[in-house]
Design a protein around this ligand. Structure first.
Ligand code: PLP
Length: 348
């Protein structure tokens, strides 16, 4: 894996969550860690398991990744690290974040849960920051059943993670670290290895599906799409659209209900954002309007079906259903719609 990703060390662990938790611990952090609020909660959990305080940064309105300008605004003398995410596999602004980490002497860790197979300016994700951590759990492009990979050029950090995943013991039967059992089992490793040769093809097909959805849906008013830098590769672990109800005619939830009535299941990855979840609310002051983009984007986010074996005809059917719902909403000129009413209307 290290060879494939072009990084000095790769440590196989039990999951991305355990990998992130151990990396933050091994880096000896204290105080505050800046994280995007628009992410899966495991990003935040790794911070909190280490007794660190998550400080939320807002997202970019187009890439939906963390906004480096807002990250910089959130840096204080208590900040010890940035833990940022390649959302859906779309590489975040690695250069700007690396500059910030260097300038303010912060550790930089990338949550690459979605990003095995992604590339930033031609280079594989896995090469950046103090460490990057991948997830090999189901729904990812490389699946090991369960599992994670920690990649780093730092030999000391790699050694620490190797010890930590094994109760902290590096062989002396006198642990160096307060470790845990976070090894990747051989069974899982074998599954992961078997899937490795399929990753490039999965990335290609997912990009094709994403392009089809975007081409079919972009003429509709009120829908926006994740923007990806032309030199980068997104894995499209997820493909989401953003719904602006005033222009689209339906809210995100109404669209989801209408699609479900057509047997099309969608997800809201990732809504609510971390700062609106009960474990994280206390870390955010709601009177400060500084996560406005995150609230706007996650408030309209809808993840459409995507998997490599999804036939073109199904992509077209999903897009058709969205078009029908939009047309129906426009004809009705009334904002609320339940799946049942939609069904009745379309059938009649
Ligand atoms: C952004 C992000 N971070 C971390 C994780 C946790 O990964 P794992 O299930 O391997 O612990 C996930 C899971 O999907 C995720 O989406």
């Amino acid at each position: 894996m290290a060879e494939r990703l072009g990084v000095k060390h790769c440590v196989a662990v039990s999951s991305c969550t355990s990998g992130l938790t151990m990396v933050l611990r091994a880096l000896g952090l204290a105080g505050e860690v800046i994280v995007p609020s628009f992410t899966f909660f495991a990003t935040g959990h790794a911070v909190r398991w280490n007794g660190l305080r998550p400080v939320f940064a807002d997202c970019d309105p187009d890439t939906w990744n963390v906004d480096p300008a807002d990250v910089e605004r959130k840096i204080t003398e208590r900040t010890s690290a940035l833990l940022v995410v390649h959302l859906y596999g779309n590489p975040c602004d690695v250069e700007a974040l690396t500059r910030l980490a260097t300038r303010y002497r912060l550790k930089l860790v990338f949550d690459g849960a979605h990003a095995f197979g992604s590339r930033y300016r031609g280079r594989p994700i896995g090469q950046f920051g103090d460490a990057e951590v991948f997830s090999l759990s189901p729904t990812k492009l490389l699946v090991a059943g369960e599992g994670g990979l920690v990649t780093t050029d730092d030999a000391t950090l790699a050694q620490a993670i190797r010890g930590m995943r094994n109760y902290g013991d590096t062989g002396a039967y006198d642990p160096d670290w307060l470790g845990m059992n976070a090894r990747m089992t051989e069974f899982n490793a074998a599954l992961g290895l078997a899937g490795l040769s399929m990753v490039e093809e999965k990335v290609r097909r997912r990009n094709q599906i994403a392009q089809m959805y975007t081409d079919l849906l972009s003429p509709l008013p009120g829908l926006r799409f994740q923007s990806v830098h032309p030199e980068d590769v997104n894995t499209y672990k997820d493909y989401s659209v953003h719904v602006t109800p005033e222009q689209f005619g339906l809210t995100r939830d109404e669209l989801a209900a209408g699609l479900l009535a057509e047997n099309i299941e969608t997800k809201k990855y990732f809504y609510p954002p971390l700062h609106m979840q009960k474990l994280y609310r206390a870390f955010h002051d709601p009177t400060r309007n500084d996560l406005a983009q995150t609230e706007h984007v996650t408030g309209g986010i809808l993840s459409l079906p995507i998997y490599e074996s999804l036939p073109d005809s199904t992509i077209e059917n999903v897009a058709d259903a969205i078009w029908h719902l939009a047309r129906y909403a426009a004809a009705r000129k009334e904002p609320s719609l339940s799946g049942r009413h939609y069904h009745a209307a379309v059938r009649s």
